[in-house]
Write a protein that binds this ligand. Structure first.
Ligand code: NAI
Length: 314
């Protein structure tokens, strides 16, 4: 693995993720954005923080995709974010067009890299990017890492126990149809269902599913970026440092969970090969229903994406 990670999109999430990657000393970073000077400015600002961070890592930035040369991992946040009242799916058309431009830049400058998509609507954009980069790059998506962090936070708030002691995952699609897993959630090994009553767990599931919207409605402009940024960085670190960590990741299923040719959030072992293994978790009857609903939602998104790509000749 090289010591350079690319970030296409140097907005709120991209810059926050890059800052985390650099400050943890994981890799040098390259920021690429259509707003080239903004990317260049943020890169210089990041590099100027290195003496205090006591890291030898640095950042470069601009509008040229050539900056991605030498990157083994590339994070894509380029796109427009969701505004209050706007669904993730409304973003689809604009962000598919942007994703194609970005994929062309990656194809030319960093073939063979592992690409982590973040742009929403996530499940559709991961699928679209993998179509554009077929046979050139492995593509995965970040959503489950963030949704799981939110789920753990709410379980921590409920129990008054440190979130560090809470193990819980969210699978499926990103958005209201996600699947927070209660049956395997635990608090220091104690099943969450033993400590929290069902009605409260249902409320926590719903808050997790609407977690993105809760922040959007408070911020008024734009969407969350601290937790998304650090979630991205955790995936980058697992891949670059070959950590073999289990992180819920949006990836293509090839028979796992009885599904094929569909991108879903599932627990995945992340290492230098990207997704090295998909872990199959036993779901409760209630979770199976949520999972089916999630599958349906992603199928619709993939169908809509195919239609847009065909009609608009993207
Ligand atoms: P932002 O608006 O701050 O950043 C987006 C950046 O993309 C901007 O700097 C913009 O100039 C750039 N950009 C637009 N078109 C481009 C192009 N053709 N080439 C290169 N750069 C281009 O938005 P933010 O808050 O960073 O969010 C980015 C995306 O991530 C949004 O789609 C948002 O919905 C999504 N998101 C996804 C999450 C997830 O869990 N998957 C969590 C949070 C955000």
């Amino acid at each position: 693995m090289s010591n350079k990670v690319g970030f296409v999109g140097a907005g709120f999430v991209g810059a926050e993720a890059a800052r985390q990657v650099m400050s943890e000393g994981i890799a040098n970073v390259a920021l690429v954005d259509i707003m080239g000077d903004m990317a260049k400015g943020k890169a210089l600002d990041l590099t100027e923080s290195a003496p205090i961070l006591k890291t030898s890592k640095h950042a470069i930035g601009g509008s040229s995709y050539e900056l991605l040369k030498g990157c083994d991992v590339i994070v894509v946040t380029a796109g427009i974010p969701r505004k209050p009242g706007m669904s993730r799916d409304d973003l689809l058309k604009t962000n598919i067009t942007i994703t194609k431009q970005v994929c062309n830049g990656i194809k030319e400058n960093a073939p063979g890299s592992i690409v982590i998509m973040v742009t929403n609507p996530l499940d559709a954009i991961v699928y679209v990017a993998q179509e554009f980069l077929k046979g050139i790059c492995k593509v995965v998506g970040m959503a489950g890492a963030l949704d799981s962090a939110r789920f753990r936070t709410f379980l921590s708030m409920e129990t008054g126990v440190s979130s560090d002691d809470i193990q819980a995952m969210v699978l499926g699609s990103h958005g209201d149809a996600m699947v927070p897993l209660v049956s395997s959630a635990s608090i220091s090994g104690i099943p969450a269902e033993q400590l929290i009553e069902e009605k409260r767990l249902d409320e926590i599931i719903e808050r997790t599913q609407k977690g993105g919207g809760e922040i959007v409605s408070l911020l008024k402009t734009g969407s969350a970026y601290y937790a998304p940024g650090i979630s991205v960085a955790s995936m980058v670190r697992a891949i670059i440092l070959d950590e073999k960590k289990i992180i819920p990741t949006c990836t293509e299923l090839n028979g796992e969970y009885g599904e094929k040719n569909i991108f879903m959030g599932v627990p995945a072992v992340l290492g230098k090969g990207g997704v090295e293994k998909i872990i199959e978790v036993r779901l409760s009857e209630k979770e199976k229903k949520l999972w089916e609903n999630s599958l349906e939602h992603v199928r619709e998104l993939m169908h809509d994406s195919n239609k847009i790509m065909k009609n608009e000749k993207i």
